[in-house]
Design a protein around this ligand. Sequence first.
Ligand SMILES: NC(=O)CC[C@H](N)C(=O)O
Length: 263
Amino acid sequence: MSSGTAVGIAVLLPDLLGTYSDRGNAEVLAQRLRWRGIGVEVRTVTATDAPPDGCELYLVGGGEDAGQRLAADWLRRHPSLRTTLAERAVTLAVCAGMQLLGTSVTERDGTRYAGLDVLDLHTVPGPRRALGEVLGRPSLPDVGVVTGFANHGGASTLGPGATPFARIVRGPGNGPHHPVDGARSPSAEGPGVVATYLHGPVLARNPDLADHLLRRAVGPLPPLDPARVPEQALVRCGYVPAQDRRRGRGWSAPRPRPSESPT
Ligand SMILES: NC(=O)CC[C@H](N)C(=O)O
């Protein structure tokens, strides 16, 4: 536990790796713990910090190539993180985060750098960007169909030591035509890494996956009290009037056209 009995969630390098609100994955995990009455402490780890080694969960998000390169330098400066992620904690890595946990990344200009070597996969430039909405069937027994949004130029190939995270039903996988998305450590229980190209944030779109990670990190979870969990559809309905209000539509009084303006 991070401090006292709170579950520790470390968000690694959101200043370098945080495209498409991937940081929201931490909010989802934290909220699903709070709803169950379990204490949680979210720790943000920036490029000027050293990573904590006692958290139960580690999150690393997606990013542009330049930020990703800086993140690779940071990982090299903190080699003890490899042991934590490979042997002790539960990690969710998204897009650039997944590439960085592999063995190597090759950029379009041929520059190649090493990853943290926690996942048996390497990444090279794809024939074109893998872009679009994705539907996949995870290889984890307690997670149903997953959805998310992919946008990456790198294409990742798995070695025998990694298991695909999901079989693609629709959309791009680890490359524009790859049949699978992501990668995970061979065991589907206990410590290990689950990696995917899916943004969303992926845990907001796939609460099953959030609970899978939490179970692995903290053990069996008490069921959620439905009264405390807002119905997703209702939450989304709430967004529409809010958006309308921001755009000056729907909920605010319509402005008179010039011809109707009082003279
Ligand atoms: N969205 C991302 O994280 C992109 C990762 C990487 N820069 C790529 O394009 O492949």
